[in-house]
Design a protein around this ligand. Sequence first.
Ligand code: SME
Length: 176
Amino acid sequence: MRTMRPRRFWVTMIVMATMNSPKTSDALKEADRLNSESRTANQLMQGLTVLLNKLMLKYNWVGFYMLEPDANPPMLALGHYTGAMTPHTRIGLNQGICGAAASSGKTIVVDDVKKDPRYLACSLETQSEIVVPIFVRGEVAGELDIDSHFLAAFSADDRELVEYCAKLVGKRLESK
Ligand code: SME
């Protein structure tokens, strides 16, 4: 037999769904707007960290790591970010999820950082992470890294959004 739920239940469910599901499609549009308003790649990167952190409720730390020019061995250096300060300001390509994404040139999504031995801890609250490489003329030039206080925060839609933002930055850096 079907259980009838009071109207209040459905109203609460709808309100919760609205609050907890920031739309990646809205963030995509905002990223496009920011791109057209930014005069430099730096402005775009700084703006994207603020925009993604503000619009996407589960994106608790949003930052860029860029490959240091002429560093030997290659090194990722922390660039613009929004969120708590991190002890990892420079990361080698053989270290962490960040190093793995930069050296493989592939997006890495970690649903539970506690279960990934590569993970370099930035904050005790982080539970999941996505790292997307940024390509400039076919070569990895850096990456966009996002940490969440929630397990498995990054769905296929989130991945699409973060990869789109990383592409915007790559194109901007190419036109420098
Ligand atoms: N967790 C990353 C290090 C960077 S912090 O998340 C800001 C990693 O494992 O490479």
